[in-house]
Design a protein around this ligand. Structure first.
Ligand SMILES: N[C@@H](CCC(=O)N[C@@H](CS)C(=O)NCC(=O)O)C(=O)O
Length: 206
């Protein structure tokens, strides 16, 4: 029997993005919950998998893959889930929104998360948090306007990897106390995704 795909990274890391993807697809996998804060990602054994010493990493047969959102795109295409559309244009829209998440949304989102949620209180810089929130606002406007038109999900009626990848980057907004009243469609969409059982399982909330 072929080995199961192996995902490295614990639930306090971006591995949650890939855990969520696995649970949504219902594909069996092996979870190796390495903790990035404890030196476990800097051992020779793990550095042989990801020389950058970061999680998540995926090993599937001969393939070794890093970058959380790329892992999700690989899973989507390899395991032929309904979350990966068959239509080429829709597939390109999943890529478009995934790149948007990585390049437009994630840099300010991570700054905001660090300075409002993740760092020890004495290490948080309120000015940096405010700057990140300001930078995020037009991006949230863009997503909000899109969701106003598209409807329930990013691709319209169908839940897809566009939703998983974008929401994975923005899912801490409520914890960071971002005021979402100017972004009601994005707010509604995030709240709906966060109550999915697969989302809760990936984040250890179940
Ligand atoms: N762009 C990468 C970021 C990976 C990353 O920074 N992972 C963090 C955990 S969320 C990590 O392993 N940090 C350990 C370190 O930087 O040494 C991805 O999306 O996978």
């Amino acid at each position: 029997m072929p080995a199961l795909p192996k995902l490295y990274g614990d639930i306090r890391s971006r591995a949650t993005r890939c855990l969520w993807a696995f649970y949504e697809m219902g594909v069996p996998f092996e979870h190796v919950p390495l903790s990035h804060g404890s030196g476990e990602t800097k051992t020779p054994a793990f550095l042989a998998i990801n020389p950058a010493g970061k999680t998540p990493a995926l090993v599937d047969g001969d393939l070794v893959l890093t970058e959380s959102l790329a892992i999700n795109l690989y899973l989507a295409q390899t395991y032929m889930t309904p979350l990966w559309p068959r239509d080429k244009d829709a597939q390109m829209h999943v890529l478009q929104w995934t790149f948007w998440a990585a390049t437009e949304a994630e840099p300010p989102a991570v700054q905001l998360a660090i300075h409002r949620v993740i760092a020890a209180p004495e290490k948080r810089d309120p000015a940096k948090a405010a700057q990140a929130e300001k930078s995020l606002a037009p991006r949230l406007d863009h997503l909000d306007r899109h969701l106003e038109k598209s409807g329930r999900y990013i691709l319209g009626d169908r839940f897809s990897f566009a939703d998983v990848n974008v929401a994975s980057v923005l899912n801490f907004l409520r914890r960071a106390k971002v005021d979402m009243t100017a972004h009601p469609h994005a707010d509604r969409w995030l709240r709906e995704l966060e109550v999915r059982p697969q989302y809760k399982k990936a984040h250890g909330f179940d």
